[in-house]
Write a protein that binds this ligand. Sequence first.
Ligand SMILES: NC(=O)C1=CN([C@@H]2O[C@H](COP(=O)(O)OP(=O)(O)OC[C@H]3O[C@@H](n4cnc5c(N)ncnc54)[C@H](OP(=O)(O)O)[C@@H]3O)[C@@H](O)[C@H]2O)C=CC1
Ligand SMILES: O=C(O)CCC(=O)C(=O)O
Ligand SMILES: [Mg+2]
Length: 424
Amino acid sequence: MTQYQHIQVPEAGQKITVGADGALNVPSQPIIAFIEGDGTGVDVTPVMRRVVDAVVAQVYRGERQIHWMEVYAGEKATRVYGPDVWLPDETLDAVREYAVSIKGPLTTPVGGGIRSLNVALRQQLDLYVCLRPVRYFKGVPSPVREPSKTDMVIFRENSEDIYAGIEFEAGSSQARRLMQFLHEEFGIHKIRFPETSAIGIKPVSREGTERLVRQAIQYAIDHDKPSVTLVHKGNIMKFTEGAFRDWGYALAAREFGATLIDGGPWMRLKNPKTGREITIKDSIADAFLQQILLRPVEYSVIATLNLNGDYISDALAAQVGGIGIAPGANLSGSVAVFEATHGTAPKYAGKDYVNPGSIILSAEMMLRHMGWIEAADAIIRIMEKAIRSKHVTYDFARLMEGATQVSCSGFGQVLIDQLHAEEA
Ligand SMILES: NC(=O)C1=CN([C@@H]2O[C@H](COP(=O)(O)OP(=O)(O)OC[C@H]3O[C@@H](n4cnc5c(N)ncnc54)[C@H](OP(=O)(O)O)[C@@H]3O)[C@@H](O)[C@H]2O)C=CC1
Ligand SMILES: O=C(O)CCC(=O)C(=O)O
Ligand SMILES: [Mg+2]
């Protein structure tokens, strides 16, 4: 077993391992790594652990148990490891070694300061899929008339695009040299204010696109979904976003046998598992953002680049009642890191106030990923019952008629009470 400097490996419990075929081998007493998170991470993460422990204990009658192992990132890492150690190497090693983990949100300052630790974690572990399912829970207040029509799963490319973090500050020698290079070598004269421009680089590769789109189509096949939509801004960014679309369609044809519908570019393929048709289509990102509001039933699985996926995640979350219950996962073939879609919401940090639903539903995804289906199903059930009881956190209470507002930990208790009521 790896020796860590500050990570305490639980004495009881075993590692989850990943077979050559990518299948997980989950012991009945797995060790799961967790990052508490900055800001409201201190509120939501302990509540998530308490709810998951209660669910696992009840559903498996003590025969299964998670052994939590804290690993550090963000502000807590600087307290444990020393100033400026935001993402210790041993955190990356542990997350890789233990295969399944869950994290709270981490702060990224705007403008200067450290670059995103969330993005660094995804890039350094090559967690190339950001999977964010968006579904409606009955009774959740929503700004749209028929929120139940929104049922989508976002596959956001997580390793490239402008999130690669290659950008040069306005006025820096790198920006100036790059500008000069573009000017002299490529004859580019259309940068409007060259003296005061910053420059960012947007890498988008065929390999990166194909592995993401492959996962999205496979998900549609495995979950019997009617369509996969490639969302891009390829009319403007032809060789990056446009290529994402073209490479996506080409992959659908080559690897899944998709054929053109009426001369294309839309395609269809027959789901080999169900015989039903899956449409492969595309949508330009701006039009897509209005169509998901106006005609959400036409969209199911979404495959998109990093920045589009970031925007779409929050927009779709709002459509079904907000970021308080929007879960997610970052996945590679061998490592899975589950996390909420929301950030650290600093104004609420440490106040036991925000909705822990997002990280609890991320844990639900984690349990499903581990094959602990009964526990995952129980989390969905008690979430539905808790919302129906109208004992909810501020975000729902402020929009729900007749609601009783509860704290973050109070909502965790409502879930646990619902669980125990099932037993009675
Ligand atoms: N994966 C990650 O770790 C992420 C980290 N971040 C980071 O988080 C920090 C803050 O980002 P910010 O843009 O303010 O976005 P946040 O998602 O943190 O907060 C925006 C708003 O969303 C609502 N909200 C957030 N969390 C919850 C919750 N648990 N329950 C209910 N409502 C919630 C609140 O709305 P209201 O004001 O209406 O109550 C809040 O003001 C930044 O440093 C950013 O980089 C951002 C996104 C993801
Ligand atoms: O890394 C961050 O701070 C923000 C990331 C983000 O918004 C997201 O992943 O949805
Ligand atoms: Mg985001």
